[in-house]
Design a binder for this molecule. Sequence first.
Ligand SMILES: C[S@@+](CC[C@H](N)C(=O)[O-])C[C@H]1O[C@@H](n2cnc3c(N)ncnc32)[C@H](O)[C@@H]1O
Length: 213
Amino acid sequence: MLDPNEFVITRKRKKYKFAKFANAANCFEREEWPKHAVDVLEIGAGTGLFSVELAQTHPEKTFVAVDVKGDRLQKGAYEALARGLQNIYFVRARADQLGELFAPASLAKIWVTFPDPFPRKRSAGRRLTHPTYLRTYAKLLQTGGVLQLKHDNPTFFAWSLEQLVQSRWHINELSFDLYESDLAEDYKVQTTYERRWLGEGRIIHFASATPGR
Ligand SMILES: C[S@@+](CC[C@H](N)C(=O)[O-])C[C@H]1O[C@@H](n2cnc3c(N)ncnc32)[C@H](O)[C@@H]1O
């Protein structure tokens, strides 16, 4: 068992946070994930606090927040533990490893919230709405399952819509100003980044899409 306090003394904040991640009962490294059945996945979840809010509102559903950064995820994980939530897990993994973590056609919903836009053309393959990732999401979603995207960057959002349409996804719901729309309240639960962008007066875009079969 790692002792988080030992890391505080050495002032290695990141290591301390990694130790906290390793010690939390609801946190898993990719290779130790016991493949619990889940309904809703958030990929690139950061702190995962968005999924924590949704898990609290929907106790009948099971959530999983996935990110490569354990030091971020542990924030949401400890918040979930403090709230006594039993229906949310946190997994440290990369988006290209999702196929190893979840069964095909098992998820009802995938959230992609404020992914890094990677503006350089040569980094397009790293965008979480790149066709390579869309293929993975399509495999993991149940029939009728949806991908939901929120973003502040209009260029990235437009590019993502193009990828969805070109990959034959159906756009079910769309807003170029989420907070002026009548769309569901769940969509307006704020992520950590979203809170920051809204504070700067940015406008949030939202899309919900289903893979073409
Ligand atoms: C801009 S942050 C947004 C975090 C969170 N969704 C939010 O809205 O507050 C993007 C997150 O995506 C994660 N990320 C980027 N590429 C990833 C990948 N290939 N697999 C998993 N996570 C990734 C980063 O570690 C980072 O936490």
